[in-house]
Design a protein around this ligand. Structure first.
Ligand code: AHG
Ligand code: MN
Ligand code: MN
Length: 338
């Protein structure tokens, strides 16, 4: 059997990048490798979800007061274990935990990075075999290396991320990962258990045909959002006709599709929940970073998502993210109706 040498694995890719940057220590690459390992373990369980007794509620509620599925707990535990036993992470914060976790062993306190993640996004879709995901953001700690991390290491604006990414457990499993140098997508080859570079240098098209929003809440959105949505529906023939509405209910899947094809994803505030649903640190900031590096934009309707200075670990914010020109059209509608 001949080996296809066009295929580059995640490890080969990061080694290649390290060669281009001789001053790099490899710590970030190692952290990414650990995230890839945890994601592979989660992937195995996600694929078995219909077969084994892992479905259903774990019987607890998370810090947002939502029901936790067993797979959320499993994914959360996997990411913590793998990162704690690695040598490149000084602590984590997770959507599933009330507080951050500082890794206080001798090797972890000498790590430069902290990692924030939503271990399983779209978990309401597990029971019905629809794509779900993992989202993560990586920051350089602000406290001195050699000490135990504190909350201020986690409460940094998204613009301080050094890397961010997501895994989509879909018809295939993909890891998409961004640094300031670019966004690259790796598909898991299940036959060899390797992440292989399938989507090099992802760029988000300047505009697309898709808008993604929960239409059920339309009458709870403010005027600006409503008029943007109406404008999407009323595009003339010359403008390419009405846009397509696509909303999976797993943000990872929705934003992934829009990143590749061009589009806009919105989770606005509503009259009953002015800050919306999504969490700034675990969901919005990583996507704002990834889409931004790929050429798109992200805001809370007022300022750039990446410029929001967080005040608590679990704060939520309205979120608009996507193709540059579509985001600019949205911003115009919000200004005119503000
Ligand atoms: P999680 O499963 O981590 O709680 O996140 C689900 C999120 C997001 O993925 C999705 O876009 C959104 O919830 C869907 O919410 P609505 O059903 O309110 O539209
Ligand atoms: Mn989520
Ligand atoms: Mn989640």
């Amino acid at each position: 059997m001949s080996i296809n040498r066009k295929v580059q694995t995640l490890d080969e890719f990061t080694i290649q990048q390290l060669r281009d940057f001789p001053q790099a220590t490899g710590e970030l690459s190692n952290l990414l490798r650990n995230i890839g390992l945890a994601a592979k373990r989660v992937n195995v369980e996600v694929n078995k979800a219909g077969l084994v007794d892992i479905l259903g509620d774990a019987g607890t509620v998370n810090v947002q007061g939502e029901k936790v599925k067993k797979l959320d707990v499993f994914a959360n535990d996997q990411f913590i274990k793998v990162l704690q036993h690695g040598i490149s992470c000084a602590g984590i914060a997770s959507e599933e935990l009330d507080d951050f976790v500082a890794f206080d062993d001798e090797k972890s306190i000498h790590s430069k990075y902290v990692c924030l993640f939503d271990p399983l996004d779209g978990s309401g879709n597990i029971d019905v075999n629809v794509s779900i995901g993992t989202i993560f953001g990586v920051y350089r700690r602000v406290t001195p290396v050699g000490t135990v991390v504190t909350k201020e290491d986690f409460l940094q604006p998204g613009s301080s991320q050094v890397a961010a990414g997501y895994v989509v457990y879909g018809s295939s499993t993909m890891l998409v990962y961004a640094t300031r140098r670019g966004v690259n997508g790796f598909t898991l080859d299940p036959s060899i258990g390797e992440w292989t570079l399938s989507h090099p240098d992802i760029r988000c098209p300047e505009k697309g045909k898709i808008y993604s929003v929960n239409h059920g809440s339309f009458f709870e959105f403010d005027k600006g959002v409503q008029s943007y949505i109406t404008a999407c529906q009323q595009k003339s023939k010359e403008q390419g006709g009405p846009l397509r509405q696509r909303y999976v209910g797993s943000m990872v899947a929705d934003v992934h599709r829009n990143l590749i094809k061009g589009g806009i994803f919105m989770y606005p505030g509503t009259s009953s929940k002015p800050d919306g649903k999504l969490r700034l640190l675990y969901e919005c900031n990583p996507f704002a970073f990834i889409v931004g590096v790929a050429g798109g934009k992200a805001t809370n309707g007022k300022i750039r998502t990446l410029d929001i200075v967080p005040s608590s670990l679990h704060e939520r914010c309205p979120f608009f993210v996507g193709s540059k020109l579509m985001m600019e059209e949205l911003e115009t509608q919000l200004d005119q109706n503000g």
